[in-house]
Design a protein around this ligand. Structure first.
Ligand SMILES: *[C@@H]1O[C@H](CO)[C@@H](O)[C@H](O)[C@H]1NC(C)=O
Ligand SMILES: *[C@@H]1O[C@H](CO)[C@@H](O)[C@H](O)[C@H]1NC(C)=O
Ligand SMILES: *[C@@H]1O[C@H](CO)[C@@H](O)[C@H](O)[C@H]1NC(C)=O
Ligand SMILES: *[C@@H]1O[C@H](CO)[C@@H](O)[C@H](O)[C@H]1NC(C)=O
Ligand SMILES: *[C@@H]1O[C@H](CO)[C@@H](O)[C@H](O)[C@H]1NC(C)=O
Ligand SMILES: *[C@@H]1O[C@H](CO)[C@@H](O)[C@H](O)[C@H]1NC(C)=O
Ligand SMILES: *[C@@H]1O[C@H](CO)[C@@H](O)[C@H](O)[C@H]1NC(C)=O
Length: 913
């Protein structure tokens, strides 16, 4: 029997095994194409795969293959689909999954099939049949992470995919535990019993886990050739202490080969290699050596001299005869053609001995579609429908028959085609979570309920809901879908008015055959209710217009609606669908933003995320319009989702987010305009005592910004880490009160663009070095940046400078630290403060700033601790200011003087604390 082991393990959801017939817990033996249950010669219980909906069964007859499980098989059409078996498994448990294939010319074609099998989304192996009468075997070892696994056949390039048996064997120990097992499967490449007395493999019941230990006497091409002269088989009947049930079974360890001439050499092909593998050898001293004999040897692998250093002395290593010693490599790089030699050491009297060997290749797990769990919950609603039983990953290795996916490494579902599938009930709400959906075909079913909010699927282009029994209004939120081109809702039971935003949108819209749905005016009853202007009616109206509605320059055909539209606040509208009136981000129309900014005339800033323009809305409100650089939002995925999250963050000390716009490839965020620009603009440069911002104002700015950050860290769920705090992200309003800007943006860019959350974001000078090294982002990274800002407030210096900090120092942290720790706070205080500050409040901030920039996040204070310190400093400063105000002209000179004095005095005190 030819055995090619590829171990692919991953999931298992299987047909059920009748527990009473299972001889071993966790064993599943499916006889594909069989029609009854039976027990084979080994005592394994086989069950038919007759619950599989797909494929056809065939009986074959192959000489010498008398096992009943090899008299039948199941084959599948050679189409673009995948055909999956689903097996239940216990999570956090290791399994061996084995699939076998005996062609037997079942199709009378004599065309040897070639097709792929996969475990879940992971390509397991390409099955290449090269002999009609030889059983092809593939094995994977895996740690189950889900309660079921799918083994799928697909992609027949020759002939038809087929399968003879599918077996699942549960381990109970940890011999196959590796540190990589969450990311890799082990594909079995070789499992050899040396010195075997026949060609028959050792397996169940000798091996309680039914691994197949192939005999070294099997003759086939490139299998254990180049055997050294003097190689002899030895065996024993003595029991072998294998000390753990998962080690090779005793029967395997009782035989071995010995190199009488001092060497054992072999060459063999390793299926699946070259690559990284798991390779172990198993030794037990089974010869009776005279007391003056020794057996010591080394492994020699060509090109890998380092591996040859340790010498094996079986008896010594295993602490006795007839005991197992198992040296090996958890991660070794091996070639396809493996040549290896065991050679005796010069001080050894006996040649090497080898009982068994296992080599498995690491196969990288594919995590599958990012929409896997969402679509699984949709499918579970229709669990009895045939289309819901296709199994495996929705996208990989090939998509389900009713799904299309994009080609991302972790694909997203882009199209769902469930036309005429007899769907009942409401449209599953989880479909709205498929954020990359472009086409949705649910027409010709019996769907009821209302049309949901598709705002989460911003890429939707085509929606077919016609010929169902949908009720309720045609939601205006549909008009917010920037790419919507086709909307078919005819022949439902929709009612109300077609939102004018939809009518005005450039799309194919068919809503005929909805008796109670009117184009607007004629369905007067609705409008009248709205016009009735009761509070309830107003809410109703809000609920039926899109959030963009107000800004749409609608046709004047519907005067009543227009009247109502105008007074609505531009900021937030109740989204039409959320039963719990969810907040939605306001969606601006591009033309309106163009008007407001006079076609992006006045640039007021720019940064990593884009360029900011000044604008003024029709109602006079001034706005800052941030046009995101397109490359940070490629694909626009989840953009509006994230924007919706952003719009829920409100705090006095965070720049107010007013809405967004996503049109013509532009991603735009709209904020309140902050009249006094950025803190950065006010802090550096040749500022005089009159023009610079004074210390108390700086402290207030620090307090304001601190509170904004504290809110992000503790007031939002999940908490938000700003990641890019700096003086140019602290904005000042008319009254010089500060608000933090650009919060949530870095998350938007990272998650929206690449899913590579490990990209370090931030600005040089403010970037937490610990985060930079570890890439572990925590709130404490913001604290670091805030500490830098405090140092800038003290010194009026920029975070990074080539000149200001002296030789060999470009960084404000090093520079300030040096001064502060040596007691020289004066050396860093901004001269443009002109001495008007209380040195004690200055010390408080300086010391706290140093705490904030501690190298380890765990040593940095929380934002609220920092705020408390700032507030203390403010009250000290206010007291001192009042005292100064009592004086006259000499204030500046006086306080300069006194601070110099108290400075040196306080120094001691502060440093003692
Ligand atoms: C697999 O598990 C599911 C869910 O627990 C169960 O409904 C199903 O019957 C199981 N199938 C088998 C074959 O055990
Ligand atoms: C199914 O079982 C019946 C009798 O139990 C047998 O005659 C028939 O050949 C079987 N079919 C296959 C495909 O094994
Ligand atoms: C079946 O086994 C016999 C005896 O072991 C052997 O001679 C014959 O070649 C085998 N046939 C096949 C098709 O492998
Ligand atoms: C199908 O197999 C061929 C060759 O074996 C390969 O080139 C192709 O990429 C495979 N297609 C899929 C969808 O896996
Ligand atoms: C080892 O001992 C055997 C007898 O037990 C003896 O015949 C042989 O000469 C000894 N060999 C050496 C190298 O001492
Ligand atoms: C549609 O579903 C109903 C109820 O589930 C069922 O009775 C009917 O046979 C189904 N029709 C088709 C064509 O699948
Ligand atoms: C709209 O749907 C109706 C009913 O299905 C159909 O007769 C009509 O041709 C459709 N109109 C357009 C423009 O597609």
């Amino acid at each position: 029997m030819e055995i090619r082991f590829l171990l692919f393990l991953s999931f298992s959801a299987f047909f059920l095994m009748d527990a009473t017939t299972a001889q071993m817990p966790g064993f599943v033996s499916l006889d594909c194409g069989g029609n009854d249950t039976f027990t084979d010669d080994l005592g394994l219980e086989w069950t038919p795969d007759d619950q599989l909906l797909y494929g056809e069964t065939t009986t074959i007859s192959v000489a010498n293959q008398t096992g009943k499980q090899y008299m039948t098989l199941r084959h599948f059409p050679a189409d673009a689909r995948k055909y999956c078996y689903t097996l239940n498994v216990t999570t956090r448990t290791r399994y061996l999954v084995r699939a076998t294939f005996l062609y037997g010319n079942f199709d009378n074609n004599n065309v040897y099939p070639k097709f792929d099998i996969s475990l879940g989304a992971t390509h397991w192996a390409t099955i290449v049949i090269s002999d009609a009468n030889t059983i092809e075997v593939q094995e994977l070892i895996f740690l189950a992470s889900d309660p079921s696994i799918s083994v799928c056949l697909s992609n027949a390039t020759t002939g038809q995919p087929f399968i003879s048996t599918l077996e699942l064997r549960q381990f109970n120990g940890s011999i196959y535990l590796t540190q990589y097992e969450n990311q890799y499967y082990l594909s079995v490449s070789a499992r050899i019993n040396f010195g075997a007395d026949s060609e028959a493999p050792v397996r169940y019941p000798d091996d309680p886990f039914d691994r197949i230990w192939e005999s070294d006497s099997v003759k086939r091409a490139n299998y254990l050739v180049d055997v050294a002269a003097g190689t002899e088989k030895v065996s024993t009947r003595m029991p072998i202490d294998v000390n753990n049930g998962e080690r090779p079974p005793q029967k395997v360890m009782q035989t071995a080969v010995v190199g009488r001439n001092g060497s054992l050499t072999y060459r063999m092909n390793l299926d699946g290699f070259p690559g990284s593998g798991w390779a172990f050898t198993y030794f037990a001293e089974i010869e009776d050596l005279a007391p003056n004999k020794t057996r010591k040897f080394r492994l020699v692998l060509p090109g890998m001299p380092d591996l040859s250093k340790p010498a094996v002395n079986i008896e010594e290593n295993a602490q006795g005869k007839y005991r197992l010693y198992e040296p090996g490599f958890y991660n070794i790089s091996l070639p396809f053609v493996l040549s290896f030699r065991f050679g005796k050491t010069s001080d050894s009297s006996m040649g090497p001995l080898l009982n068994a060997m296992e080599i498995n290749k690491y196969v990288k797990k594919n995590d599958g579609s990012l929409d896997g769990s969402v679509i699984a919950s949709v499918v579970s609603v229709y669990s009895s429908a045939e289309w819901a039983k296709e199994g495996g990953d929705p996208c990989l290795p090939v998509p389900w028959s009713w799904v299309l996916c994009n080609s991302d490494p972790q694909p997203r579902i882009t199209s769902i085609k469930l036309s005429g599938k007899n769907l009942t009930g409401i449209i599953p709400s989880n479909m709205m979570k498929l954020s990359s959906l472009v086409e949705l075909w649910l027409d010709g079913n019996s769907l009821t309920g209302s049309i949901p909010d598709f705002t989460g699927c911003a890429d939707l282009k085509i929606i077919h809901l016609e010929n169902n029994q949908l009720t309720g209004a045609l939601p205006s939120s549909l008009a917010n879908l920037p790419n919507l081109r086709e909307l078919y809702v005819q022949n439902n039971m929709l009612s109300g008015a077609v939102p004018s935003t939809l009518l005005n949108k450039n799309l194919v819209l068919n809503f005929t055959g909805n008796v109670n749905l009117s184009k607007g005016r004629s369905g007067g009853s609705n409008n009248k209710i709205i016009i009735g202007s009761s509070v309830g009616a107003a809410v109703l109206l809000i609920a039926t217009i899109s959030s963009c509605f107000l800004l749409q320059k609608g046709k004047k055909k519907y005067p009543k609606q227009d009247q109502l539209e105008l007074p609505l606040p531009a900021q937030r509208l109740v989204s039409s669908l959320g039963s719990a009136a969810a907040e939605a981000a306001h969606c601006f129309i591009l033309s309106e933003i163009e008007d407001a900014t006079k076609n992006f005339e006045k640039k007021i800033g720019s940064g990593g995320f884009g360029v900011v323009y000044y604008g003024k809305l029709k109602d006079g409100k001034e706005i800052a319009v941030k046009v995101l650089t397109s490359n940070s939002y490629q694909g626009k995925r989840e953009f509006s989702n994230e924007v919706t999250l952003l719009s829920r963050i409100h705090h006095r000390n965070l720049v107010q987010f007013l809405g967004y716009c996503q049109e013509e490839g532009k991603s735009i965020l709209v904020y309140e305009f902050m009249h006094n620009g950025t803190l950065k603009e006010h802090l550096y440069g040749p500022l005089t005592c009159e023009r610079g911002i004074n210390w108390i104002r700086r402290l207030e700015i620090a307090e304001d910004a601190g509170k904004g950050i504290e809110y992000l860290h503790t007031g939002c769920v999940p908490s938000i880490i700003h990641r890019d705090l700096k003086t140019s992200n602290i904005l000042l309003d008319k009254n010089m009160r500060a608000k933090v800007s650009d919060f949530g943006l870095s998350k938007l860019a990272v998650d929206g663009a690449s899913h590579v959350s490990s990209i370090v974001r931030g600005t040089v000078g403010y970037l937490d070095p610990e985060y930079y090294i570890s890439q572990q982002l925590t709130e404490k990274s913001d604290i670091y940046s805030f500490g830098v800002i405090l140092l800038e407030l003290i010194s009026g210096q920029e975070a990074i400078s080539n000149e200001s900090f002296g030789v060999n120092c470009r960084n404000i942290v090093q520079w300030a630290k040096l001064h502060i720790e040596s007691g020289d706070i004066q050396g860093i205080i901004d001269p443009s403060l002109c001495g008007k500050y209380d040195i004690q409040s200055m010390w408080k901030i300086a010391e706290k700033a140093l705490m904030c920039v501690q190298p380890h996040g765990s040593m940095r204070p929380s934002m609220s601790e920092v705020i408390k310190e700032i507030q203390d400093a403010i009250s000290i400063e206010r007291g001192a200011e009042a005292a100064r105000e009592g004086n006259s002209d000499d204030i500046s000179r006086m306080s300069m003087h006194s601070s110099l004095n108290t400075g040196s005095m306080d120094l001691g005190a502060a440093r003692l604390v």
